[in-house]
Design a protein around this ligand. Structure first.
Ligand SMILES: C[S@@+](CC[C@H](N)C(=O)[O-])C[C@H]1O[C@@H](n2cnc3c(N)ncnc32)[C@H](O)[C@@H]1O
Length: 376
């Protein structure tokens, strides 16, 4: 494959100024204003894109989110309007299916803000969501979104944030910077840690020699920004991840970084920048720490398969047409696949009036669909 404009820019930068962090390299590969993977104005998710996300599988995913939104609205006394913010809405599939289901079941007005930095993606979403009953507005940055939401949601947003790569060598962590060979090939360039704070999540772990981990301070900042959009209400995130001990277990000695192109996964972190998606599993403890530091009440996470399984019957019962119900049943199987989308974690944290928790099933969040505490 011939070098892309982004490859040339990154090569020049490294050759002139020396190696850069992988977080810088990944930020350019995904979010360079013209050539970044998410800024090229081309489909990224769904059959025309490079990978499949839950909202792309079937509208039943949005219907499940709508059941949860309905409960949040109820427990807040049905605010008028019920304000939703979705960050990183992709093709607009979740916004569409969520609005369709929620408009049918909620008798109070809904307002939706979509935070989308890519102009072409925002245009696609506008076309898809034209003529909706509920008002929809677009913002290009979270900082410009209204900070009075009742539901803030994002699907696979945190796993698309830039990460630093660290390797354990001779009893110490080194950072894997990105170097560039004279022939233009990018390569790992181990260097002493310039920012020792990166190892804070790695305390009390027992790494193996040569183990690689990914650390993303950007994720904590993003969780804080999402939390700050909520007045009273719920933060709802869907992402691949593990608790810290599991994520950084020596069994994952090469880390969890993956690339996707044409629905084919790859493990080369330096695959043509701007032409592949790059994703990395998230540290659920980091998300909990950032959410609670921002004043949210953390609710126990669930797997997507358990969350959807718990409401499968209710979701299917609401579909009258048999062929449509069969399609939704099949889609739920894909969404619950324990080897695939079912592994995603459903992350919830609340602010204000919604202070119940699964541990306290009497609280309003005790009744959140799919997240209800098991009755003993
Ligand atoms: C893996 S895609 C998921 C898209 C969509 N949510 C879905 O499930 O199909 C991640 C999306 O998050 C967006 N994104 C990443 N960081 C963002 C940020 N700080 N603000 C807004 N969007 C962001 C990317 O541009 C990309 O569209």
């Amino acid at each position: 494959m011939p070098p892309t404009p982004l490859t040339q820019q990154l090569t020049q930068r490294i050759q002139q100024h020396g190696p850069i962090t992988y977080a810088e390299w990944m930020a350019a590969a995904l979010y360079h204003p013209q050539h970044g993977y998410y800024r090229r104005g081309q489909p990224t998710v769904g059959p025309q894109g490079d990978f499949l996300t839950s909202p792309e599988v079937h509208p039943v995913f949005g219907a499940a989110v709508a059941r949860l939104a309905q409960t949040v609205s109820e427990s807040l006394g049905h605010p008028d309007p019920f304000r939703i913010v979705e960050v990183g809405p992709g093709s607009g599939a979740l916004a569409e299916s969520l609005l369709t289901a929620l408009e049918a079941q909620l008798h109070t007005p809904i307002s939706l803000t979509l935070v989308e930095a890519d102009h072409a993606a925002a245009q696609t979403q506008r076309r898809r969501l034209a003529n909706r009953r509920s008002p929809i507005e677009w913002r290009s940055d979270i900082a410009d979104a209204p900070a009075d939401a009742h539901l803030v949601l994002a699907n696979e947003l945190l796993d698309a944030q830039p990460v630093h790569r660290l390797r354990f060598e001779h009893d110490a962590w080194t950072e894997l910077l990105v170097g560039c060979a004279p022939n233009g090939a990018f390569h790992d360039c181990p260097a002493p840690l310039a920012n020792p704070a990166l190892t804070a999540p790695l305390q009390h772990l027992d790494p193996q020699d040569h183990q690689i981990v990914e650390i993303s301070p950007a994720r904590a900042d993003l969780v804080a920004a999402l939390a700050n959009l909520l007045t009273d209400g719920l933060l709802l995130l869907f992402d691949y991840g593990y608790p810290r001990r599991e994520l950084y277990d020596p069994r994952r000695r090469n880390g969890t970084l993956m690339t996707f192109r044409n629905h084919t996964p790859g493990e080369n972190p330096y695959a043509h920048p701007g032409e592949h998606d790059i994703t990395c599993h998230i540290d659920l403890d980091q998300v909990r720490e950032a959410a609670t530091a921002a004043g949210l009440t953390w609710l126990p996470p669930s797997s997507q398969s358990a969350w959807l399984d718990a409401q499968r019957r209710a979701l299917l019962a609401s579909i009258a047409d048999p062929p449509t119900r069969l399609a939704a049943r099949r889609a739920l199987e894909a969404l619950c696949d324990p080897e695939g989308l079912g592994r995603i974690t459903v992350i919830t944290a609340s602010r204000g009036e919604l202070c119940g928790s699964r541990a306290e099933p009497r609280g309003p969040l005790g009744e959140l669909p799919g997240l209800t505490a098991p009755q003993s």
